[in-house]
Design a protein around this ligand. Structure first.
Ligand code: 3HC
Length: 304
């Protein structure tokens, strides 16, 4: 059987071996897409239990991919899944994982100190030519990068949820990021079948800088009693062509994630009205109504 993937692996991409730290939604999504495009991928997380969960999530997502790729051909579906999984190792030793990596992608909890500690230790363990990136959505890349001695080989690589479906990767450049590093990240993004865009290290980069204030303003419409979440969602889907309305998207991304982003920006820039905290958002998060993942957010997900 002709190998069904690896066709798009950029011939010029110097990145072949990837270590991904963090196996959550983003980390496992990135791992899946990198492996599906012929890279050798190691995913690292803290416990075997977390790793088993991530493995199951990747297999489930691959199941969705193959249904579309090989409809009515269960054998090809199975071959593809096995082939992708054979490019993937999941384990708990970050230092060992980065030893042979061309690229290290960090997708762990959004906590600056934890990220800095991780990168400081990986900086010692990884070869000098290894490129480091963070997939952070809200923390300045520079604040993370200065924990290492490789600012020239450091950047941001920001993926979108669901990673196997969303076609964009934002590449964040520091003033120190070399052209060589940037080009390597660009060709890696292309090898993953994504379109890349470039942005400076500014809050939210491009997508979240626009998307988060938009979602917050939708919540403020409700807070002011101007319209219901249901009507706002219908309006933005049918009137603006968005695939999801802002409340569906808030539930999908996670209300805690959005609150975390807003709170961080508000702390750094308290006078910016776009980042003003929202009462409803704070209340729902305090009640652990975080969206789809907890079965309740702006909407109820009873089948969860
Ligand atoms: N893995 C693999 N495939 C998946 C998938 C996954 N996790 N999720 C969805 N898909 C596939 C489905 O198999 C389906 O394929 P098909 O069309 O060939 O059958 C296709 O995607 C569409 O999925 P569904 O039919 O289930 O549902 P929808 O048509 O409603 O699409 C959606 C789902 C792709 C999520 C779409 O609603 C969408 O694009 N929503 C907006 C998502 C968005 O804005 N994401 C960005 C969030 S912000 C972010 O991530 C930044 C962070 O920093 C916070």
């Amino acid at each position: 059987l002709v190998r069904a993937f690896s066709t798009s692996l950029g011939r010029h991409s110097p990145i072949k071996t990837v270590a991904i730290i963090g196996s959550g939604l983003m980390g496992s999504g990135i791992a899946q897409v990198a492996a599906a495009n012929g890279h050798t991928v190691t995913v690292v997380d803290q416990t075997d239990e977390i790793i088993n969960k991530a493995t199951a999530a990747i297999k489930k997502s691959l199941g969705r991919v193959v249904k579309k790729k090989f409809p009515d051909d269960p054998k090809a579906q199975q071959t593809y899944i096995s082939d992708v999984m054979s490019h993937l190792t999941l384990q708990t030793d970050a230092k060992a994982a980065v030893k042979s990596a061309d690229l290290v992608i960090e997708a762990i909890v959004e906590n600056l100190e934890i990220k800095r500690k991780l990168f400081a230790s990986l900086d010692k363990a990884a070869p000098p030519n290894t490129i480091f990136v963070s997939n952070t959505s809200s923390i300045p890349i520079r604040d993370i990068a200065t924990a290492t001695n490789r600012l020239d080989r450091f950047g941001g690589l920001h993926f979108f949820n669901p990673v196997p479906v969303m076609k964009l990767v934002e590449i964040i450049r520091l003033p120190e990021t070399t052209d060589e590093t940037f080009t390597a990240l660009e060709s890696f993004g292309k090898a993953l079948g994504k379109k890349t865009v470039q942005c400076k290290d500014t809050p939210g980069f491009i997508v979240n800088r626009l998307l988060v204030p938009y979602m917050l303003e939708a919540v403020r419409l409700v807070e002011r009693g101007d319209a219901t979440p249901q009507d706002i969602d219908v309006a933005m889907k049918l009137g603006a062509g968005y695939p999801m309305g802002p409340f569906e998207l808030l539930d999908y991304v996670g209300l805690d994630t959005t609150k975390f982003i807003v709170d961080g920006w508000h702390q750094r820039d308290p006078d910016n009205p776009l980042y003003r905290p929202s009462e409803i958002l704070n209340k729902l998060v305090a009640e652990n109504k975080l969206g789809i993942k907890t079965g309740q957010g702006f909407y109820s997900y009873n089948n969860k």
